[in-house]
Write a protein that binds this ligand. Sequence first.
Ligand SMILES: Nc1ncnc2c1ncn2[C@@H]1O[C@H](COP(=O)(O)OP(=O)(O)OP(=O)(O)O)[C@@H](O)[C@H]1O
Ligand SMILES: [Mg+2]
Length: 226
Amino acid sequence: MMPILELKHIGKIYGKQWVALSDVNISVEEGEFVFLVGPSGAGKSTLLEIILAREKPDTGIVEFAGFSSDKLTDEDIPVMRRKMGVIFQDFKLLPDMTAFDNVAFALRVCGYPRKTTRTRTTELLARVGLSHKAKSYPQELSGGECQRVAIARALVHSPLLLLADEPTGNLDPHSTEEIMKLLLDINRQGTAIIMATHDIEMVERFGFRVVELSDGYVIGDRKGNK
Ligand SMILES: Nc1ncnc2c1ncn2[C@@H]1O[C@H](COP(=O)(O)OP(=O)(O)OP(=O)(O)O)[C@@H](O)[C@H]1O
Ligand SMILES: [Mg+2]
């Protein structure tokens, strides 16, 4: 197996005193599922932001799919981000757009033709089980349904890696199960997933690799049993 993501000696400092990350070294292989755990403020979201190149590391290098953070040009960033999908606890859907348009928009901004956009969006909404809600607006959808729209949107470019920042943090147990089933299915089809979560019970139940952060340090990296 080839690593698709390598974090080498990643450090991030906010201001002068907040050391958000210190010498983080993590390698993620193709199709791997990694849980990222640790207390509030441990650096989980910061690490995901650095992988997405929304934040620059103060030390170290991120290598992803042939891109290297120290050589990344402004033109590279959107190209690289198309190989990653991202979902958040609060979904981040556009409130004035239907479920369909929230997904389609991600394709339209990349200049895909109308027909391709329509076909791909229809296909993705079916994949997340939401064909019947295509015309609904986010405020007309449950939390679980909103997260499924966000997942469909994250998959528009068939990413190599899906980053999930507490994707079930706002969901009830039933919706959490549905979202996890969907993420497992996506992972089985070859997309690597890094998921930050506070849900330790779930982490134990799934048995995937667990990287534990505390005060910006990796204090544990336990192999999964799958
Ligand atoms: N933009 C910022 N400016 C200043 N400090 C920041 C910024 N973003 C994060 N931090 C600090 O960096 C540290 C890591 O924060 P981060 O959000 O990555 O933690 P987290 O593990 O995601 O926490 P949570 O579980 O609460 O989401 C914290 O001390 C936080 O206050
Ligand atoms: Mg966070």
